[in-house]
Design a protein around this ligand. Structure first.
Ligand SMILES: NC(=O)c1ccc[n+]([C@@H]2O[C@H](COP(=O)([O-])OP(=O)(O)OC[C@H]3O[C@@H](n4cnc5c(N)ncnc54)[C@H](O)[C@@H]3O)[C@@H](O)[C@H]2O)c1
Length: 361
């Protein structure tokens, strides 16, 4: 049986599975949070356990998932393994009687996604998908501004990602291995893995998507290996709002970043003006992270927390609120994550079939 919720009057006890690249962003907010205790960690690669052992104090460390799942006194398991393993590892966590937090994308296939949702329901467990972008403070502020109506009705959403090979941290080679493997069946690193963030943000802004079209190209980066860009997705929400996302590969461009090095923009155009987020992962051109244009004037935000880790910190805080029963909004719950996956797969299918509009209903 999963831990009874809400959890009050004691720390939240987390077990982590997978201590690779994203653990570098996920774990520091746990370690810094007074209400969170990392009680156990598992990675099939013992070197990754050694990387974190000094920071984890008395936490149990193991290379065996079975061993971790048999441990008592675990409230929630945070799964940070490669996406192709989300279905199998996530279902095992749920069937072992734990609440589950899973990285985005929820799964590589709808079948795995549905197995996860069914296992969560059958075991009475919480399933939360970690989508840090919907906690990134400039995007949170942007959404508030649009919803306030001060710029009139929203009439369009424009998103852009420029990926590069320069700047930011050195990603673990093992993280690239499985990501590159994924590209082979058309669910690749730049569109399937990364555009997940943008579709999650779009649905969080404007609700479900009703139609989508994808036009996905490829660029050879090393002989015999191509990445899934340039790529464009265009879609319409049920509320009628149209949106576009452009993904470009500019291999030799340098972006300043302490984390991943892609440059990202999100702009919502409203009837009387617009509001634009100028960075997410990388610092981009060092503009203020949020700007409003209205009636011939620009208003800039200079003090929002806008580092590449800011969304992870805020998401951790929210997860604690959920487990403490201080909010009923899971963000993202399984159903919301499933909708993002359905839309993303429809966009990929439309490209594969010759760029035809796909209706989700
Ligand atoms: N939120 C974000 O912005 C963001 C960014 C990057 C990655 N991610 C997601 O995080 C997940 C992991 O990505 P990553 O880049 O950290 O990959 P990674 O390859 O660097 O790390 C995965 C880790 O899991 C371990 N592992 C693999 N199988 C295991 C198993 N069965 N049991 C225990 N450990 C196992 C590996 O040894 C490795 O250390 C993916 O789903 C990815 O999409 C999210």
């Amino acid at each position: 049986m999963p831990a009874a919720l809400p959890i009050r009057n004691r720390p939240i006890r987390i077990a982590v599975v997978g201590l690779g690249q994203i653990a570098e962003l996920m774990l520091p907010p746990y370690l810094a949070h007074p209400d969170v205790e990392i009680v156990a960690a598992c990675d099939s690669n013992a070197e990754r356990l050694d990387r974190w052992r000094p920071a984890f104090g008395g936490a149990a460390m193991t290379t065996s998932l079975d061993e971790l799942l048999a441990m008592p006194d675990v409230d929630i398991v945070d799964v940070l393994v490669p996406t192709p393993l989300h279905g199998d590892v996530g279902v095992r966590v749920l069937e072992a009687g734990h609440h589950l937090q899973l990285q985005k994308p929820i799964a590589r296939t709808l079948e795995d996604c549905d197995r996860l949702l069914a296992a969560a329901t059958a075991n009475g467990a919480l399933l939360r998908v970690l989508e840090d972008y919907v906690f990134f403070p400039p995007l949170v502020r942007l959404r508030e501004i649009v919803r306030s109506g001060e710029l009139g009705d929203a009439v369009g959403l424009h998103m852009k990602v420029v990926n590069t090979g320069r700047g930011g941290w050195d990603v673990l080679p093992t993280a690239y291995e499985w990501q590159l493997e994924q590209t082979k069946d058309g669910r690749g690193m730049l569109v399937f893995d990364h555009a997940w963030h943008q579709l999650a943000v779009a649905t969080w802004f404007f609700g479900p998507i009703r139609s989508i079209v994808g036009w996905i190209g490829e660029t050879e980066v090393v002989p015999g290996f191509a990445l899934d860009a340039p790529a464009t997705l265009a879609w319409e929400h049920h509320n009628g709002l149209r949106a576009t996302l452009d993904i470009t590969l500019a291999v030799d461009t340098y972006w300043k970043s302490d984390f991943y090095s892609c440059d990202e923009r999100v702009e919502v155009t409203c009837a009387r003006g617009s509001v634009r987020c100028n960075r997410i992962s990388a610092a981009g051109r060092q503009e203020p992270s949020l700007e409003i244009y209205k009636d011939g004037e620009v208003r800039s935000f200079h003090t929002l927390a806008d580092g590449g880790d800011a969304g992870f910190i805020a998401s951790t805080q929210h997860m604690v609120h959920v487990l403490r029963g201080e909010t009923s909004e899971v963000v993202m719950d399984g159903a919301s994550a499933r909708h993002v996956l359905v839309a993303l797969l429809a966009g990929l299918d439309s490209s594969a079939d010759g760029v035809h509009l796909r209706h989700l209903d």
